[in-house]
Ligand binder design. Sequence first.
Ligand code: XMP
Length: 515
Amino acid sequence: MTEPERPDKILVLDFGSQYAHLIARRIRELNVYSELVPPDIPPSRIQASKPKGLILSGSPASVYKPGAPLCSPEIFKLGIPILGICYGLHLIAQAFGGSVKPAGKREYGKIELYIDDHSDLFEGVESPTICWMSHGDVAELPGEFEVLAHTANTPMAAVRHRKLKIYGVQFHPEVAHTQRGLEILRNFAYKICGCKPTWTMKAFIEEAVESIRRTVPPGERVLCALSGGVDSTTAALLASKALGERLLCVFVNNGLLREGEPEQVLETVKRFGLNLVYVDASERFLSRLRGVADPEEKRRIIGEEFVKVFSEVAEKYGPFQWLLQGTLYPDVIESARTGSPASRIKTHHNVAGLPSWMKFKLLEPLRYLYKDEVRKVARLLGLPEEIAERHPFPGPGLAARIIGEVTAEKLRICREASRIVEEELKKAGLYGEVWQAFAVVGDDKAVGVMGDERSHGYMVTIRVVESMDGMTANWKKLPYEVLERMSSRITNEVRNVTWVNYAISNKPPSTIEPC
Ligand code: XMP
């Protein structure tokens, strides 16, 4: 897939800061396309990509230490406006003969920034304003640079080259704690780089459909494993607009889906006229899982069975030359960072272990999008809100939430209790605020009282977490009333449950799914 060509773009040279993605996302919020590139990208490649501006990200490294990631000094001669952020500012200082040293006093946290020059980068930003600092080094720039802002400890908190469009800031405008950060980035993108705000999801859809048409030659066909999640459904809709019947979606019901899920997916598929093969393989999956308690073994069996079902469909309806995947931008960057092409096919899409006869070319129309952008595309394509805002759901389905053997009874409890958790969260208006929310059931039982009777039923654990990307997560501090409603509904409405717990473990050391 070709990258989006038309919109004005700003490249972010990624020196390894945890905030590098955030810079690109903020620029995109301004409707300007932005992409992360490796720090040592050759200047010729930058020129070929025709960006309107460059941003040098922060980094955990120090520019003066061996092994620090560097950029070509030639990039400062390209005539493209540059903004260096933190470590990026230090690189500018180094390139222009200034100095970078450990700060006498480390600045960390929210700091008052005094603006000395309001003419371009800080236009419309009042002084002082709060900015977010996180640095152990400070830069001193030579006389070719002038100071735009300072803090109590950092005299050169923002600088501008006197002749070239080269700017540097010691603080992080991309972080929400910098009060006027987005305006500062807006000034850079619009005023200094001259970008026009044309990167919209509407424009993306037109471009993506056109690009799929160009990429898949006439006569070739595309296969898609549709999970019903927002990524695969959105990818399928885009591909279907471009290819019609040449796209075949396969939806496998593994018997481990949530309540009402197969029906909802089938209804959506019907509404949008997608070409679909539905395989109800519940029995196959559940019978293979019988008696299996080990979490890794359960995952292995589910993955293996999925590949079998998928291959059977491919063989029956084939040949297919392409596999459609809902890969997103963070995965693309992660694969590039780790240098592992194997991670291109995400294991949790369950198509990692496809047999060798199935040699597909990959079609990844969402590979330049962040999740929030995919949700916007989904809405623009008319997908219902339940799909557009849906939480991620693991490939092994409810088997990841049933501790020990997957039995019919535990599956029923997990399904019904999960539905209640999601319903109550939606009612409280909190669904969109959390990463995932579900119920877990294992083999533990507890005594309860029902009327005058003592009963012995299952324990259910509610898990609700906040997360940016699933790599780390914090348990959500839900209001007690919401937890209470979930708990009493679960014990009242779900047969054979006597006890409800709330999981208060963060990731790490826990994982999000219990198995
Ligand atoms: P853990 O449990 O490892 O999960 O903290 C992190 C995120 O990944 C999801 N997850 C999966 N997704 N197939 C998937 O599609 C899987 O096998 C799988 N395992 C975990 C999990 O839901 C969470 O969002």
